[in-house]
Design a binder for this molecule. Structure first.
Ligand code: FES
Length: 110
């Protein structure tokens, strides 16, 4: 999960501030990024559903799955894969690194 190849990392928050099931939206140059603590694993995806480009951050979480709050498409937070209609295209995934107990997200998708 951790890569050192990104030229820009964006600060998210301290690890203790993102408990399991919690989320943060981080503004990135291209689009907002949704950072989620999925049962203890920090994952990050584009905060934009591939169905109608609406934000995902109010969606319900179930482990590493998120359900879009608008028309219920589901996405894997690990791979970005669209798992159910009406979304068919994947969403971008972003690398995470943790340094000195602080979470950072890559500014560009992997
Ligand atoms: S905008 Fe997400 S399912 Fe329609």
């Amino acid at each position: 999960m951790t890569e050192q190849t990104h030229s820009e990392w964006l600060p998210v928050c301290a690890q203790r501030e993102l408990a399991p099931g919690e989320r943060r939206v981080i503004a990135a140059p291209d689009q907002d990024i949704l950072v989620v603590n999925a049962d203890g694993v920090i994952l990050a995806v584009a905060n934009q559903c591939s169905h109608q480009a609406l934000p995902l951050d109010e969606g319900s979480l179930d482990g590493d799955l998120i359900t879009c709050p608008y028309h219920n498409a589901q996405f894997c937070l690990r791979t970005g894969e669209a798992l159910s209609a009406p979304a068919y295209e994947p969403i971008g995934c972003y690398d995470i690194k943790i340094e000195h107990d602080r979470i950072f997200v890559a500014a560009t998708p992997r």
